[in-house]
Design a protein around this ligand. Sequence first.
Ligand code: PA5
Length: 327
Amino acid sequence: MINNIKGFVEQLNYDAEVFGNSFEYSGKRIFISGMGGSGAVADLLSDWLDGEIIPVKGYNLPAFAENGDLGIFVSYSGNTEETLSVLDKALRRGLKCICISSGGALEEIARDRGLLFLKVPSGFQPREAYGFLISAVVKALKIVGYLSEDAQREYSSAVGKLSNYLPELSSEDSKTYEVAGKLYRRIPLIYSQFYSVAVRWKNQINENAKNFAHISIFPEHNHNEIEGFEFPDFLKDKAWIIFLRTDFDHGRVKLRMEVVKEILREEVVGISEVWAKGESKLEQILYLIWFGDFVSYWLALMNSTDPYRIDRINSLKERLKIHTSGG
Ligand code: PA5
C-alpha cells in the first residue's frame, strides 16, 4: 500500500480510457454519486469548485435534479448498490450521465446504453485508487466542456508541484509519522474547514488503521461540539485533536481555531496542527489529503494491522447480497 500512497501524483496524472458517446454540458448543476473511497472524489470536487458540485451519498437522487442536469457516477468496483440505484433514477429522470469505474455493473450499464464511460485501472483497493478517480472525473468534466481553463491550469499546476512534497511526507522521520504516533491508541478528533480533507483523513484512518476517528467542520463545530467535552470522562485521556489548516480557511475560521485551541487544551490529551503547503486551494487540499494517507498507513503499522484488510465492509456487503428486500 505504501507504494500506492507514494504513487498518488502519478495517479492524478492518469489519462483514463474513454468509451461511449461524448456530449457538451453547459448547465450549472452537477451531481456526483459515489460511496466511501469513490464518493470521496465528489467531496474533493465540491470543496475545490466551491459548491458547484453536489455530492450524492446514498440511494436517492435529490428531488431537485431534473432532465438535462449532469450526473457523474463513480464506483471503483462498479458494483456499489447505492451508486447503481442513483444511476437508475438519474437515467429515468433524463439526466446526462457519465460513469467511472474499473469494471463491474457500472461499466456494463454504461456500455449497453452508450453512456460516456471512463475506465480506471483495476487491482487496487478503492481508497488506493483515489488519484485515478480524481483524474478521471477531471477528465470527464474537461470532455464535456465544463471545466474552465483556469481550473484546468490550477489542476495541472497543483499536481505538478505536489510531487515535491513526497520526500518530506513519506519517510519514517517525517511529520506524518510523528502525527501517527500522537494518534496511536487514541481517538483522533479531526477538525478542518474543508469536509473533503477531514472526511478523507477519517475514512483512511478507519479503513487502513482500523482506528476510530471523528471529524468536525469549522465553524459549525463552535456551535455545538465545543460543549461536548465534559463527558465521557475518558476523553481527557484518549482524545487527540488535529487541526488541518489552509491559507484558504476563512479569516474568522483561522481565529476560531486559535481560540478553540485555548478553550479545549485541558479537555484532551493533546492538540496538533498540520498546515497545508502549496499555492492554490486545490494544491493545499491535496497536500493535506496526501499527508493524511501517510498518517493512516503509519498508524496501521503501529496498530499491527493490515491496511488492506476490510473484513467488516466485505462481510456487510456479502450479508446484504443475500437479502434482496428493502429496495
Ligand atoms: O474503501 C473502500 O473499500 C470503500 O469505502 C469503498 O470505496 C466503498 O464501499 C464503495 O465501493 P466502490 O468504491 O467500489 O464503489
